[in-house]
Design a protein around this ligand. Structure first.
Ligand code: FMN
Length: 181
């Protein structure tokens, strides 16, 4: 860890070309600390519907590999129809047996119109999977569309501060894990 850059894999739980969550992770990528490698996962749409009786193809293998190689995960999820988005849940289901998220430092941002239900559901899911969401590592951003400008940057100062704090909590958790504390 001393010589290696911390790697964070950011995953937006939306496939929509105009996605607020994709814009959010890309904005964070622009201003994340220079000593962090903040990689945006771009292949959510390539993952087949979960079926562990099927032969796993390269998209699933690559997803698992990227998760395993990352020191931490930064998820940004919308809420659809009072629930979590199916594409991201499908991606997470592919990790349940292989266990890439067990003890993995993970930050969760739910960015939606309201988002309370999806946020609560994700917290339950990541608890079940034994992911390591550190204190301060989960944030609900309601009214997300009013908080991004036309360039996809976080334009609301309080939201920017809150997202920075979530990223810092994740980085601290990664460092603590590396130090064995
Ligand atoms: C099909 C659909 C269903 C939605 N349902 C909800 C909902 O139940 N609760 C909520 O807070 N927002 C809901 N929204 C609003 C989205 O969470 C919000 O627009 C968010 O920014 C979408 O994220 P995305 O642009 O990254 O896909 C819904 C949006 C869509 C497109």
């Amino acid at each position: 860890m001393q010589n290696k850059k911390i790697t964070i894999l950011a995953v937006a739980g939306s496939l929509r070309p105009t996605s607020t969550n994709i814009r959010l992770v890309k904005d964070i990528q622009r201003w994340a600390p220079a000593d962090i490698e903040f990689i945006v996962y771009e292949d959510l749409a390539t993952l087949p519907a979960f079926d562990d009786s099927a032969v796993e193809g390269e998209p699933v293998a690559k997803w698992r590999r990227q998760l395993a190689e990352a020191d931490g995960i930064f998820l940004c999820s919308p809420e659809y129809a009072f629930g979590i988005p199916g594409a991201l849940k499908n991606a997470i289901d592919w990790t349940v047996r292989s266990g890439e998220l067990v003890n993995k430092p993970l930050a969760l941002v739910t960015a939606a119109s309201n988002g309370e239900k999806a946020h609560a559901a994700w917290l339950q899911i990541f608890s079940a999977l034994s992911a390591n969401i550190p204190e301060g590592g989960a944030l609900l951003i309601p009214f997300i569309k009013t908080k991004l400008n036309e360039r996809g940057e976080i334009a609301d100062a309080a939201t920017k501060t809150a997202v920075e704090a979530v990223l810092q909590a994740l980085i601290n958790a990664i460092k603590q894990m590396a130090a064995g504390t």
